[in-house]
Design a protein around this ligand. Sequence first.
Ligand SMILES: CC(C)(COP(=O)(O)OP(=O)(O)OC[C@H]1O[C@@H](n2cnc3c(N)ncnc32)[C@H](O)[C@@H]1OP(=O)(O)O)[C@@H](O)C(=O)NCCC(=O)NCCS
Length: 162
Amino acid sequence: VGAHVIRAARITEATALSALCCRSKAHWGYDAAFMVAAARLLAVPQAAIRAGRVLVAEADGAPAGVAVLVPQGGTETWELSHLFVEPLALGRGIGRALFQAAARKARLAGAGRLLILADPNAAGFYARMGAAPAGAVASDLDPQRMLPRYELDLHMAGPPVD
Ligand SMILES: CC(C)(COP(=O)(O)OP(=O)(O)OC[C@H]1O[C@@H](n2cnc3c(N)ncnc32)[C@H](O)[C@@H]1OP(=O)(O)O)[C@@H](O)C(=O)NCCC(=O)NCCS
């Protein structure tokens, strides 16, 4: 995997980006039944692409990672609803680049806070990115499964605005 650039997603990429999210999520070793149930939640909505809220990390001419932002009600709080890197491209800084670009985008749109419901396997990544632990929420797929919640304060700890 070569160098990457961050760009806005194209509307024609919705299916390919949704498949990327599924491959990335499956990398943690979830079983087939879980992945079938999760696919609906992992889909990248075309409306989000149209609204310019989907970022792609492109490497070697193809998407290597994707991030989706969703404003929560007003503009103050935005959620990072998807952050997924292609399994072959993990550990090369693509997750960090997407996270920072998403935080910058939310901040430029006027958000003060970025919210993340993390996969338990990815919690350490969000802590490393400077997000603060903020409790846990039951998974939509399995109420017994608690997902760690993180918040990034975009006023205080956000990456520098370009
Ligand atoms: C979580 C994820 C996005 C990280 O992407 P990545 O491109 O591998 O991460 P980076 O290479 O940019 O890593 C940045 C830093 O975070 C650390 N890090 C990465 N993944 C980590 C993890 N799972 N736990 C703890 N630290 C992690 C790296 O070691 C690196 O540390 P450094 O600052 O000392 O160099 C990626 O593992 C992924 O897509 N996982 C599968 C899908 C998933 O669960 N996504 C998140 C849904 S909430």
